[in-house]
Design a protein around this ligand. Structure first.
Ligand SMILES: NC(=O)c1ccc[n+]([C@@H]2O[C@H](COP(=O)([O-])OP(=O)(O)OC[C@H]3O[C@@H](n4cnc5c(N)ncnc54)[C@H](O)[C@@H]3O)[C@@H](O)[C@H]2O)c1
Ligand SMILES: O=C(O)C[C@H](O)C(=O)O
Length: 369
């Protein structure tokens, strides 16, 4: 939950997930030429700063709409799109949007290193999605190796970058990435993030619908991890504070935990959440860029190395700054309801096992030089 309101696109108010100033700048960039009578007036547009963002898995269901949303950010000067196939057309298409960033395409392992040179933020949605009946952990066998290889390349080519891991199972792929970075001697826990923003986006949407609140106002912290019961929305910490019956809490919690499965089932074999995920990931990218740009008031939930519980990785609200995670926010975990405390204890064994599975996988693999 970014401290600036981030829950709705610009249509509802001046403020969008891109932030008020950014939204205004974006509008300006969409209207570079304003017609004033017969005269064409150029509206100058200056990005506030210029950051390079790489998307690995950019031709996929998440990658394409995510690339579009990142292309709309005035904070981005260069957008690098990498995939093992089909990325040339995506980049050609996107490059025709008259927003400031230049788009470059990179196809296949031989172009991976170049896609990462000088990059400030790397977003990784590469990998296979779920089909009905599968758990996120069922993706481990394929996606663990993909994430390992990509993070090795990140370590070699842009070790200072913020790394956003989207590929599932996030509960395990983030610990895998950490181990890979450690083996390469470049691990900075402040810059490695599991993207759990979609859980917050869902929680905000479902609570606002249930309580008939303006979406833009609702902010629910979601902690734990990103799979089933490890997703723990702290409804008692909702802002503005809402009054919910025990039955409402139970129903909302289960719906938020099953949000991904809801989409997987509706798509009936054609993949998992892509559009809402792209929206959520773009919000997290924008928050990271604002933090890099010196905004001192950026907060998001993310799955990071943590000492808030006995688990080495845990999703919580974090303060983002130029150097990555500036602080974990412990206050959300204080004064929990009995329901939340029980759910927090219940999620720990599953999350612990997923973390250990990721670490064990990474440690039995050879590091690619
Ligand atoms: N963190 C979350 O909240 C969240 C939400 C939705 C989906 N996901 C996960 O994101 C991942 C991607 O989902 P999707 O719907 O975009 O899948 P998709 O199959 O549509 O796209 C995946 C893309 O990754 C590419 N790819 C595969 N191997 C690669 C490699 N080695 N290097 C680079 N690119 C590679 C594919 O070519 C494809 O273009 C899945 O693992 C899914 O479970 C996570
Ligand atoms: O549910 C999935 O498999 C994709 C993603 O993790 C989601 O929460 O939508």
């Amino acid at each position: 939950m970014a401290s600036r309101q981030t829950t709705s696109l610009a249509c509802e108010s001046e403020t969008s997930f891109l932030g008020k100033e950014t939204t205004a700048a974006l509008r300006a960039s969409f209207a570079l030429k304003a017609h004033k009578g017969a005269q064409v007036v150029q509206t100058p547009f200056q990005p506030q700063a210029s950051y390079k963002v790489a998307v690995l898995g950019a031709a996929g269901g998440i990658g394409q709409p995510l690339a579009l949303l990142i292309k709309m950010s005035p904070l981005v000067s260069d957008l690098h799109l990498y995939d093992i196939a089909n990325v040339k057309g995506v980049a050609a298409d996107l490059s025709h949007c008259n927003t400031p960033s230049q788009v470059l395409d990179f196809t296949g392992a031989s172009e991976l290193a170049n896609s990462l040179k000088g990059v400030d933020v790397v977003v990784i949605p590469a990998g296979v999605p779920r089909k009905p009946g599968m758990t996120r952990d069922d993706l481990f066998n394929i996606n663990a190796g993909i994430v390992k290889n990509l993070v090795e390349a990140v370590a070699d080519n842009c070790p200072e970058a913020f790394i956003h891991i989207i590929s599932n199972p996030v509960n395990s792929t983030v610990p895998i990435a950490a181990e890979v970075l450690k083996k390469k001697g470049v691990y900075n826990p402040k810059k490695l993030f599991g993207v759990t923003t979609l859980d917050v986006v869902r929680a905000n949407t479902f609570v606002a619908q249930k309580k008939n609140l303006k979406l833009i106002d609702v902010d629910v912290p979601v902690v734990g991890g990103h799979a089933g019961i490890t997703i723990l929305p702290l409804l008692s910490k909702t802002k503005p504070s809402v009054s919910l019956t025990d039955e409402e809490v139970e129903k909302l919690t289960v719906r938020i935990q099953n949000g991904g499965t809801e989409v997987v089932e509706a798509k009936a074999g054609a993949g998992s959440a892509t559009l809402s995920m792209a929206y959520a990931a773009a919000r997290f990218v924008e928050s990271s860029l604002r933090a890099l740009d010196g905004d001192g008031d950026v907060y998001e939930c993310s799955y990071v190395e943590s000492d808030l519980t006995e688990l080495p990785f845990f999703a919580s609200r974090v303060k983002l700054g130029r150097k990555g995670v500036e602080a974990l926010i412990p206050s959300d975990l204080q004064g929990l309801t009995e329901y939340e405390l029980k759910a927090l204890e219940a999620l720990k064994p599953e999350l612990k096992a997923s973390i250990e599975k990721g670490i064990a996988f990474a440690n039995k693999q050879a590091v690619t030089a």
